[in-house]
Design a protein around this ligand. Structure first.
Ligand SMILES: Nc1ncnc2c1ncn2[C@@H]1O[C@H](COP(=O)(O)OP(=O)(O)OP(=O)(O)O)[C@@H](O)[C@H]1O
Length: 267
């Protein structure tokens, strides 16, 4: 079992990801796909007159401030346009995919964090009304039910809080929790970069190997949102996932390439 997370940043080739996954599925390999959608969410939010707001925590992590309106826009894009676009691609390729968010059947569950500490103009502020959280529990039973019945699950944030409220969660870390819960042999985190770069944006500075017992040591090379991928990789290997690959979703056959070791391999 392999968990593949494909991001939503500019340049990602969903056609190539789905075609590759469909070919591997046909050969009998089994996957769960988790997807992002941040680029499209930003575009739609601008168009609807509610531009995105990103906040940076005192420890340097960047996240989307998710008030109720942002959450609804996020759902429109993630659960609607992106998820159904991917499911449609699979259906055209002959793979019976089922698209569900973390809310559906409580696939991704976690604690609702209503406030976030953010550094703005050099000062730490507490912002309330945030609909965010972190995945703490995965409904493995439902995902396994779908896989055993021959469906390819295509999953996305938001997750659901213990109280039943939709919460925005990081897709990479959700995929890591899923991979650990499923006992996956590998987790592939595919985005619009070749992997973790020592000197971003210089693609020649790709870090090819990270030892599983020192993933956090590489956090210093990741800026903004890349930090969450490195953190997700650390959580996955700690959770028993054999191998995590940070790979490129702009290339031909991106899943096969990552499985063959292209990108940053954490093991
Ligand atoms: N050291 C680094 N190496 C590679 N990318 C980096 C590094 N530091 C920061 N980045 C940024 O991280 C981005 C990838 O993270 P991002 O969360 O945007 O991707 P995603 O998974 O495609 O998106 P989504 O949130 O939609 O799932 C790259 O586009 C790059 O700008």
């Amino acid at each position: 079992m392999i968990v593949v997370k494909v991001g939503g940043s500019a340049g990602i080739d969903y056609g190539a990801v789905c075609a590759d996954l469909a070919a591997l599925w046909e050969e009998g390999r089994r996957f769960v796909l988790v997807h992002g959608g941040s680029g499209e969410t930003n575009r739609v939010a601008e168009a609807l007159g509610h531009p995105p707001r990103f906040v940076t925590s005192p420890s340097g992590y960047t996240s989307r401030f998710t008030d109720r309106e942002t959450l609804e826009i996020f759902e429109m894009v993630y659960c609607g346009k992106v998820n159904k676009g991917l499911v449609e691609r699979f259906q055209r390729l002959g793979v019976n995919a089922v698209g569900l968010s973390g809310l559906d059947g409580r696939i991704f569950e976690g604690r609702h964090k209503d406030s976030v500490r953010a550094v703005e103009n050099g000062k730490v502020k507490v912002l309330r009304g945030d609909h965010t959280g972190t995945v703490e529990r995965v409904n493995v039973g439902l995902v396994t039910l779908l896989l055993d019945a021959g469906y390819l699950p295509v999953l996305n944030p938001p997750a659901v809080s213990y109280g039943g409220v939709a919460i925005n969660v990081d897709g990479d870390r959700a995929a890591a929790a899923l991979a650990a819960a499923l006992g996956a042999e590998a987790l592939l985190l595919l985005s619009n970069v070749p992997g973790l770069l020592r000197a971003f944006p210089d693609e020649a500075s790709l870090i090819r190997q990270i030892p599983a017992d020192d993933v956090e040591g590489y956090l210093e090379f990741a800026q903004d949102r890349m930090k969450k991928k490195v953190l997700g990789a650390a959580e996955a290997v700690r959770g028993g996932v054999g191998r995590v690959v940070l790979g490129d979703a702009r290339a031909e056959r991106p899943v096969s390439a990552a499985l063959a070791g292209a990108g940053t391999v954490v093991s």
